[in-house]
Design a protein around this ligand. Structure first.
Ligand SMILES: [Zn+2]
Length: 421
C-alpha cells in the first residue's frame, strides 16, 4: 500500500484550498469543449517525426496569442513559451510532443462518434498540445502568481527514430530546468516516474570473402562469426525484475546471387533495455564481449585471416531511477486521488521524461485521457484507428494544472516544490 508523507498531504490540501486553484479547476472543466476543438484543429496539421514545422508554427502563434513571453522555435524545432514567475523559484518545464508516428497524408479529418474523437495522432500526443493551451488559459484566467518560471514546450522528434531528440536538445540547451512535467501517457491513471533505458546498435563483421568451395579453409567466415555472436546472445539470461530485455532484430549477409559465396560482410542489429542502469551496462558489456569472442573463435578456427567488427549506435534512450516517494511523485498520487481517479504507478517508461530523469531532474509523465473502463482504455495509439475518449477528459488537464502549481508555487500562499538550485 502506497503511503504519502504527512508533509506531502498537508501541502497538497493547502493547495486545493486556495481560491485560485478551485477557480482554475472549474474553469478547466468549463473549457473542455474548446480544448477538444483545439485538439481536433491541431491533429489536422500533420507532423511526422522530424517534419513538425507547420504544426510548430501554428502552436507558436497560439502561445503568442495567450500572452506567453519569449515565444520562439529553437534549433531543435521545439516550440517554447515562458510565463515568468514572481522570482527566485524553480524553473518548471511542462511539455507535450509535436510529432506523431504517421507520414503526411494519413489524416483525412476527425470523426466524432460514440464519445470518441477518431484520427491518427488524436491522442498521442496532439492531446497534450491542446492540454498545454488549456492550462495556459486557466493560469491566465486566475492571474496565477507563480513563483517559479513556467516553460511551456511543444517538443519535436519524440517518436521512433526521433529518439526523444527534441527533449534532448531542449534540456542540453536549458540546463536551468529544475522540474520536468511530461504529458504523454494514454491513461491519466498512470504515473510514470522511472525511465527504462535502451540502446540499439548495428554491428558489422568483416572478412575477405570468396568461393564457398574454392576458398573454403583459406579464410574465416564473417557470416559464421555473426551467427556465433547471435547464438551467444540468444543464450543470455536477464533479470525479470528490474525488467531487462534483449533482441537481435536484424541479420543481413550475402546476396541472392551469391549462394555459393563466402560473403565478405555480415550485419546484425540489436536492441536492449532495462529499468536499471546497472543491468543495462552489464548487458552492454556482455553483448560486446560475445561479439569479440565470436570473431576470435572464428578467426582462430581457420588461422589464416582475421574477422574484424565495428559498431554504430542507432539510438540511445536514457534511463534512470527515481524515489517512488519523491515529493513530485507523491503529489501526482494525491492529485489523482483528489480527482477520484485510481492512481497506478508505472515504474518504467520511454517518454520524454526519460531525458529529465536521466539528468536527475525531478520528473513525471502524466496521462492525456480519463479512462475508467476497458472501452475508454482501448485507444489504439500508433494505429490509424487511434481514438480519444472525450468524457471526463478535462480531469487530465486538471491534474496537469495541479502538478504545475505544486511545482512552481504561488506567491505568498504556496512554496514551490523544490528550492531553486
Ligand atoms: Zn507519445
Amino acid at each position: 500500500m502506497y503511503q504519502v508523507s504527512e508533509k506531502s498531504r498537508q501541502r497538497f490540501d493547502a493547495m486545493c484550498a486556495l481560491e485560485e486553484v478551485k477557480k482554475a479547476l472549474a474553469f478547466i472543466q468549463e473549457d473542455e469543449r474548446r480544448t477538444l476543438d483545439e485538439q481536433k484543429e491541431l491533429v489536422l496539421i500533420e507532423a511526422p517525426t522530424g517534419q513538425e514545422e507547420e504544426r510548430a508554427k501554428v502552436f507558436a502563434d497560439k502561445f503568442r496569442a495567450l500572452g506567453l513571453t519569449d515565444v520562439h522555435i529553437d534549433r531543435g524545432g521545439n516550440v517554447i513559451g515562458v510565463r515568468p514567475g514572481t522570482g527566485n523559484g524553480p524553473r518548471v518545464l511542462i511539455e507535450g510532443h509535436l510529432d506523431t508516428v504517421f507520414p503526411f497524408g494519413t489524416v483525412h479529418g476527425v470523426e466524432e462518434r460514440d464519445g470518441f474523437l477518431y484520427a491518427p495522432g488524436i491522442g498521442d500526443d496532439t492531446r497534450a498540445l491542446a492540454m498545454l493551451l488549456c492550462v495556459i488559459r486557466a493560469v491566465n484566467h486566475v492571474n496565477l502568481k507563480n513563483v517559479g518560471d513556467i516553460v511551456f514546450v511543444g517538443t519535436s522528434r519524440e517518436e521512433g527514430m526521433g529518439g526523444l531528440g527534441g527533449m534532448k536538445d531542449f534540456l542540453n540547451d536549458n540546463t536551468d530546468i529544475d522540474i520536468s512535467l511530461s504529458l504523454d501517457n494514454n491513461d491519466m491513471s498512470d504515473i510514470v516516474y522511472q525511465a527504462t533505458g535502451g540502446e540499439t546498435y548495428e554491428v558489422n563483421f568483416h572478412g575477405i570473402g570468396g568461393h564457398a568451395f574454392g576458398a573454403f579453409g583459406k579464410m574465416a567466415q564473417p557470416v559464421h562469426a555473426a551467427a556465433r555472436a547471435v547464438a551467444k546472445i540468444a543464450a543470455f539470461t536477464v533479470p525479470e525484475d528490474p525488467k531487462t530485455s534483449f533482441c537481435v532484430s536484424n541479420f543481413h549477409a550475402g546476396n541472392d546471387a551469391g549462394v555459393h559465396a563466402i560473403a565478405s560482410d555480415a550485419t546484425i542489429k540489436f536492441n536492449f533495455r532495462s529499468d536499471s542502469q546497472e543491468e543495462l551496462a552489464r548487458l552492454r558489456d556482455k553483448i560486446f564481449q560475445a561479439i569479440e569472442e565470436s570473431c576470435k573463435e572464428e578467426t582462430e578456427k581457420w588461422g589464416c585471416d582475421t574477422i574484424t567488427w565495428d559498431k554504430t549506435i542507432i539510438s540511445e534512450i536514457p534511463g534512470g531511477n527515481q524515489d517512488p516517494h519523491a515529493p513530485l511523485v507523491e503529489a501526482a498520487y494525491l492529485g489523482l486521488d483528489y480527482l477520484d481517479v485510481g492512481p497506478r504507478f508505472r515504474a518504467s517508461g520511454c517518454t520524454n521524461a526519460n531525458v529529465a530523469i536521466a539528468k536527475k531532474i525531478p520528473a513525471i509523465c502524466m496521462g492525456r485521457a480519463y479512462a475508467p473502463d476497458e472501452n475508454s482504455k482501448n485507444i489504439l495509439n500508433h494505429s490509424i484507428h487511434e481514438k480519444f475518449p472525450m468524457a471526463g477528459s478535462y480531469k487530465a488537464v486538471q491534474q496537469a494544472f495541479m502538478m504545475l502549481v505544486t511545482a512552481c508555487g504561488i506567491e505568498g500562499k504556496l512554496s514551490p516544490l523544490v528550492d531553486k538550485q
